[in-house]
Design a binder for this molecule. Structure first.
Ligand code: MF3
Ligand code: CO
Length: 249
C-alpha cells in the first residue's frame, strides 16, 4: 500500500503522542543503573503511561507481553523485559511506542549502564549519528532507499554492521504502516518518492561484529549471532517541504 499522507492537524496529533514518548524516554533513561532489572523499567513505563493517559502500542501486539522493549548488549531489538539485571558496562536499548488520542509515536534510545568501553561508546555514537544521517536523507524529492543508503554507508564506513530484515515503518493510526524503511539498500525493494505529509519511523540497528541475527526461543528477542553488542536509535519524523520534522523530541 502506498504510504498514507497526514495533514498538518494529523501530524500535530502524532507530535502530541511523540512528546509523551520523548518525556518518558527521558525519565526512563534516568532509572538505568547497575542492579536494576529490565522488568523494573517496564513497570515504571506502565506507571508513566497511566500518568500521561497514553497506551502502549506494543502491549498485546501479536501477543507481545510488555509496555516496551528492552534489549541488552547482544540483544538487538524486541527484548522482553524480565529478570535480567543490568550491570556496569552493559548497554540497554529502550524502545517505546505508544498511542494517545488514536495516534501512535515510536522512538528508541540506547543507554550505557555506568561506564562502558571506548569501543561500545563508539557503537552508541555511530548508531545515533546514523539515525541523524537517515533523517537528513528523509526529504521530499528523495526516495525511500536514500535513507537506507545514508545509514548503511555511514555505519559500514565506521566498521560496524547494519541489521537486515528489521527496520523502520510508517506511523499513524497504527504503530506499523507502510512503507517499510530499511536501513540498507535492497535492489528491487519498494522505493517510494518521499512526499510531504508522510510520517515514518527511522530506526537503525547496528551490530559491532557481523550482521547476522537470530530470534530466541521466546519468539521475540532478536540477538546478534556472533554475540557482539548491538545498538538501536529511533525517531518518528514527518516529511516536509524542507528538513524532516522530528515528532518524538
Ligand atoms: N517499537 C518497536 C518498533 O520500533 C516495535 C516493538 S513492538 C513489538 O517498531 F511488539 F513488536 F515488540
Ligand atoms: Co519502530
Amino acid at each position: 500500500m502506498a504510504p498514507i499522507i497526514k495533514s498538518k492537524e494529523e501530524r500535530e496529533k502524532i507530535r502530541a503522542a511523540g512528546h509523551i514518548v520523548a518525556a518518558m524516554l527521558a525519565e526512563l533513561r534516568q532509572t538505568v543503573q547497575p542492579g536494576v532489572t529490565t522488568a523494573e523499567i517496564d513497570t515504571l513505563a506502565a506507571e508513566a503511561l497511566k500518568r500521561y493517559g497514553a497506551k502502549s502500542s506494543s502491549l498485546g501486539y501479536h501477543g507481545y507481553p510488555s509496555s516496551l522493549c528492552t534489549s541488552v548488549n547482544e540483544e538487538v531489538v524486541h527484548g522482553i523485559p524480565g529478570k535480567r539485571i543490568l550491570r556496569e558496562g552493559d548497554i540497554i536499548s529502550i524502545d517505546l511506542a505508544l498511542h494517545s488520542n488514536g495516534w501512535h509515536a515510536d522512538s528508541a534510545i540506547t543507554v550505557p549502564v555506568g561506564a562502558v568501553t571506548p569501543a561500545v561508546q563508539q557503537l552508541l555514537k555511530v548508531t545515533e549519528d546514523a539515525l541523524y544521517r537517515g533523517i537528513a536523507a528523509a526529504r521530499a524529492g528523495n526516495r525511500l532507499q536514500d535513507i537506507g543508503r545514508a545509514v548503511q554507508q555511514f555505519v559500514e564506513a565506521a566498521g560496524f554492521s547494519v541489521v537486515r530484515h528489521y527496520g523502520g515503518h510508517g506511523v499513524g493510526r497504527s504503530m506499523h504502516e507502510d512503507p517499510q524503511v530499511l536501513n540498507y539498500v535492497e535492489p528491487g525493494y519498494t522505493n517510494y518518492m518521499l512526499k510531504p505529509g508522510m510520517v515514518i519511523a527511522i530506526e537503525p540497528m547496528v551490530i559491532m561484529g557481523k550482521k547476522e541475527t537470530r530470534v530466541l526461543a521466546d519468539e521475540w528477542t532478536v540477538v546478534s549471532v556472533d554475540g557482539t553488542h548491538a545498538a538501536h536509535f529511533e525517531h518518528t519524523v514527518a516529511i516536509t517541504e524542507g528538513d524532516a520534522d522530528i515528532l518524538t523530541r
